[in-house]
Design a protein around this ligand. Structure first.
Ligand SMILES: [Zn+2]
Length: 330
């Protein structure tokens, strides 16, 4: 359900919650009619925040899920750590600073993001799902699965092309892997990812609700599968049949090239199995494996300035799949 609003002219979806008498109201106390006009809102990071106990808007749901998962995984990895960290929480201020920077830049440059793209495609009747007449619920599930496939493909691309690897290297340069690693991406990679996602969302005609669900799941899963938590072996075995667990994704952060270029999934594990990029365990085991990039083991990878400069100044190492092409220019 959507509400036309916001001075910037962006449509923001929000999830209606019924009042005790089960009547939805706008923040002004007027019975809610979808698309009936502007709602009262305050603006935070360019997004309208609806102040009303009957509604939770998109931003407050995102923020709630973000901090809940961050807190749960931070506590879990403290209580049951999988490995001892080499640098530890000295990395947290830079890793958390870069995610705040990413959010602000994307909201400034691409306000509304992929959800705005979905609503635009819907309004103009563009994209696959706007031509199909499937059940809404089936379209939402299909769109979430297809978006996950696209993110898998995009991740492979960032490992394959040396220029893109320069950006993605910032994520991999972290010499420990914990919940904050899942948030550590260079702002240019985040902008490129959002542009790719917006184009794909329009081509798919993905429902706005599917995009919203997908973005929340992906953000939560990134924090979960980067966390340094020890899951019971049987639980890990069962979960990895369907989703990417911390033990699966940790292999991807190994300094060994063959392991770095495996386990590209963020949410569903089917893509790595289907495209033969799945690697069950690291060669040296989870406690003895080295995390990060071989050529940056003594670099100050936990400093914000270093992270922001790395794509422009750092050596790319042995890692990109198509390195030989750029190798001539290095
Ligand atoms: Zn990667």
């Amino acid at each position: 359900m959507l509400c036309a609003m916001s001075p910037s002219g962006i449509y923001a979806p929000f999830v209606p919650r019924l009042c005790p008498d089960r009547t939805p109201f706008t923040p002004d106390g007027i019975p809610f009619v979808p698309g009936s006009g502007p709602c009262s809102a305050t603006i935070l990071f360019g997004q309208a925040i609806f102040i009303h106990h009957c509604y939770m808007d998109e931003t407050s749901i995102r923020v709630s899920v973000f901090f809940s998962v961050l807190l749960i995984m931070a506590v879990a990895e403290t209580v049951a750590p999988r490995r001892s960290l080499s640098i530890g929480r000295a990395r947290w201020s830079a890793n958390l600073s870069i995610v705040i920077m990413d959010v602000l830049i994307v909201r400034l440059l691409l306000p509304g993001g992929a959800i705005a793209a979905a609503l635009w495609a819907d309004t103009h009747g563009l994209g696959l799902f706007n031509w199909l007449t499937w059940l809404n619920s089936v379209e939402i599930i299909a769109a979430v699965i297809l978006l996950d496939l696209v993110i898998y493909g995009q991740h492979v691309l960032f490992h394959a092309v040396p220029l893109l690897w320069r950006l993605h290297m910032v994520h991999h340069a972290d010499r420990d892997i914990d919940v904050t690693t899942g948030l550590r991406f260079h702002p240019i990679e985040i902008i490129l990812s959002m542009l790719i996602k917006m184009i794909v969302v329009v081509l798919l005609g993905a429902p706005a609700l599917a995009v919203f669900i997908f973005e929340i799941v992906l953000n939560g899963m990134a924090m979960f599968n980067h966390s340094n938590v020890r899951l019971p072996k049987n639980l890990d075995y069962l979960l990895r049949l369907l989703i990417i667990t911390p033990d699966v994704h940790r292999v991807h952060h190994s300094v060994i090239k063959a392991e770095t270029n495996s386990n590209f999934g963020f949410y569903l594990s089917i893509w790595d199995r289907l495209f033969s990029t799945y690697r069950a365990q690291p060669k040296l085991g989870h406690t003895d494996m080295t995390i990060g990039l071989e050529h940056l083991q003594s670099a100050p990878t936990y400093k914000l300035g270093f992270m922001l400069r790395l794509p422009f100044s750092g050596e790319i190492g042995q890692y990109p799949m198509f390195k030989s092409q750029e190798g001539r220019h290095e």
